[in-house]
Design a protein around this ligand. Structure first.
Ligand code: MIC
Ligand code: SF4
Length: 647
């Protein structure tokens, strides 16, 4: 049987499960892991709680790139904690300043044909060089570091068949925005987006990585490109020729869905406030005044992107009404810009150069002015994520960003005339001096892990009770993001290791008194709409509600990583059998799930009584046998400990 690329990657790592049944549980061997600091502290606390001496993967890297604004001791303590864990437990440590995890991993560590999970939803960036790279909760990454399998639902595979070549001034960002326009932020759920067709050859590795990176916004399990001569040249230019293997779908491979996309027919696009799928033509916004432009993030911070921006800005000045900030994605990118003069062009034009980190993308500085229009080359424009509640954030390509920074108006870059030519280097500047190797096992035993006063124990789930009576502590609509559930930003992010403190901000945007309501209720159930928990992989969006007493979340549907995080934390995710029942529940209603354990084990419907209204609603679950066992045990940590103990 001819196989598509996704099937090949899965088949070569399959430990358990049936690839023929989409949606069924499959277990994969994980070759590489990555963490970043905002989710990493929790992942390493969990790894420590598992009691493993050393990581068992081929390669695990701990990055520091998110919480780099140090306005107190908290973030610096977290960095030190992660560094000490990496040294002792056998991980490479990428120091703050070395760059954004996904950009650095692509440059220095990713390998075609390998599996990678990362405690960050944009881990699929690695799909740009033919990896099966997926975002996961911190606990799933901790388990994989300990040598455990990663479980996912067997995905359906969508082929996005690319034809033609991108026109001048149109780039990879416009490709993924077009896919988002067609499929929406729910369109990729349960799917791997596999790119193929004659158009693939025209895209560079950084361009492919932009596309796979932002496949996260489709809700896809991951996205992947073949590994071809372009991949080979990229790895050779990174002095990693030996890491290349060719990979492609077999001729005649079958797909669950095929989407045709002609690159040559694309025009510059933007995602308008406040969702990545609210896509419009840049030309249709011509004339809208722009206050801020931010260039960078794991989506668009490669050397190629930066060289394009520098070429557009060369010899010009940023519009006086615009604040332009630029964060090159890695030390490699920044140093190469410095050495070839392009950094001088950016500075001369008036760009505010930021360190190589996530920065404004996660609200770590550069919040726009009140009601400000901010054009960003990032991947998420959720309301309030920038740190300014009423900001209007648009997602754009580097070309559109640079053009608009010059004019001060939303500008179609095609209006700038002939596109300046840029050349990618035959050799990147390779200097891994910001990567600290782990201690040898013998020395590691004597090393201490360094905690800090802001690093608090995390909450642990309890085994599922036979019956649960709880209040509907909150009711929210469709497309609720993990940024709604557990906001980020410069003021809150330093407390990612302190769940009790974080809990004050849980659902702040939806209900500022959420924490108080939970306290009053004792036990809570959250009612949600469709695609609940989309966006980030942060398990804090499960751990904090757990801490506040949330025992179940009942929705119309869930986003993949968040549903897994709820199970891992020991919170029951259920869906309405009849979505119309969603309308019948009001916040504050007393709800009851009777005989949950028995209902779940029987596999069918779970009944939820509304004691306030005297009604009953049938609920469904899509829990696998393993997930059921995890919930019955009170969460993945207890489940893992008990399975290790029983071995
Ligand atoms: C994001 O882009 O939302 C983040 C911040 O990178 C998150 C991780 C986190 O919340 O720490 C993600 O994408 O998973
Ligand atoms: Fe960092 Fe933004 Fe990428 Fe998340 S999306 S990893 S915050 S750059």
């Amino acid at each position: 049987m001819p196989m598509n690329l996704t099937q090949k990657l899965i088949a070569s790592h399959l430990l358990e499960g049936d690839m023929q049944t989409p949606g069924s549980d499959i277990a994969l061997r994980i070759d590489q892991t990555l963490t970043q600091d905002a989710t990493g502290t929790m992942a390493y606390l969990e790894f420590e709680a598992m009691g493993c001496e050393r990581v068992k993967t081929e390669l695990s890297v701990a990055y520091v790139d998110h919480n780099t604004l140090q306005t107190g001791f908290e973030n610096a303590d977290d960095h030190r904690f992660i560094q000490s864990c990496a040294k002792k437990r056998g991980l490479l440590f990428s120091r703050p300043g070395n760059g954004i995890c996904h950009q650095v991993h692509l440059e220095r560590f990713g390998k075609p044909g390998k599996t990678l999970i990362g405690s960050d939803s944009h881990t699929p960036t690695g799909g740009g060089i033919g990896m099966l790279a997926m975002g996961a909760g911190g606990l799933d990454v901790a388990v994989a570091m300990g040598g455990g399998a990663y479980h996912i639902a067997m995905p359906q595979v969508t082929l996005i068949r690319l034809a033609g070549k991108l026109p001048a001034w149109v780039s990879a960002k416009d490709v993924i925005l077009e896919v988002l326009r067609r499929l929406t932020v729910k369109g990729g759920v349960g799917r791997v987006m596999e790119y193929g067709g004659a158009g693939v050859a025209s895209l560079s590795v950084p361009e492919r990585a932009t596309i796979t990176n932002m496949g996260a916004e489709l809700g896809a399990t991951t996205s992947v490109f073949p590994s071809d001569a372009t991949t080979q040249a990229f790895l050779a230019a990174q002095e990693r020729a030996a890491d290349w293997t060719p990979l492609a779908a077999d001729a005649g491979a079958v797909y669950d869905q095929v989407i045709e996309l002609d690159l040559s027919a694309l025009a510059p696009l933007t995602a308008a406030p406040h969702m990545p799928d609210n896509v419009k033509a840049v030309a249709s916004l011509g004339g809208v005044r722009v206050n801020q432009v931010c260039i960078g993030s794991c989506t668009n911070s490669s050397l190629q992107d930066m060289l394009k921006v520098a070429a557009i800005l060369r010899g010009k000045t940023v519009c006086p009404a615009v604040s332009l900030s630029i964060a090159p994605g890695s030390k490699q990118v920044l140093q190469m810009l410095a050495e070839n003069g392009a950094l001088g062009d950016l500075i001369a034009a008036g760009a505010r150069i930021l360190e190589s980190a996530c920065g404004p993308c996660i609200g770590m500085g550069q919040s726009p002015n009140s009601g400000g229009v901010s054009l960003r080359t990032f991947n998420r424009n959720f309301e309030g994520r920038s740190g300014t509640a009423d900001a209007q954030v648009y997602l754009v390509s580097p070309e559109t960003a640079a053009a608009s920074a010059l004019t001060g108006l939303f500008t179609d870059p095609r209006s700038l005339g002939v596109m300046p030519e840029i050349h990618l280097p035959a050799r990147y500047l390779v200097n891994d001096n910001m990567i600290i190797p782990p201690a040898a096992p013998r020395e590691a035993a004597a090393l201490e892990i360094q905690y800090g006063p802001n690093i608090k124990p995390f909450p642990k789930g309890e085994p599922l009770p036979e019956a649960l009576e709880a209040k509907a502590v909150l009711k929210v609509g469709d497309d609720i993001t993990t940024d709604h559930i557990m906001p980020a930003g410069a003021k809150i992010l330093p407390y990612r290791s302190n769940i009790p403190y974080l809990s004050k901000f849980c659902f702040a945007q939806c209900d500022p008194d959420f924490a108080a309501h939970c306290k009053e209720a004792g036990k809570g159930i959250v009612i949600g709409g469709a695609n609940y928990g989309q966006g980030s992989s942060r398990e804090h969006a499960a751990l904090v509600p757990l801490y506040l007493g949330v025992r179940a979340v009942v929705t119309k549907s869930f986003a993949r990583i968040h549903a897994a995080n709820l199970v891992n934390a020991g919170i029951l995710p259920l869906t309405f059998a009849d979505p119309a029942d969603y309308d019948k529940i009001e916040p504050g209603d007393a709800l009851a799930l009777q005989s949950i354990r028995a209902d779940l084990k029987a596999g069918g419907t779970v009944m939820m009584k509304n004691l306030t209204r005297g009604e009953s609603y049938p609920l469904r679950h899509s829990l696998t046998e393993r997930q059921l066992a995890i919930l019955l045990a009170g969460g993945l940590l207890d489940y893992t400990q008990s399975t290790i103990a029983n071995q």
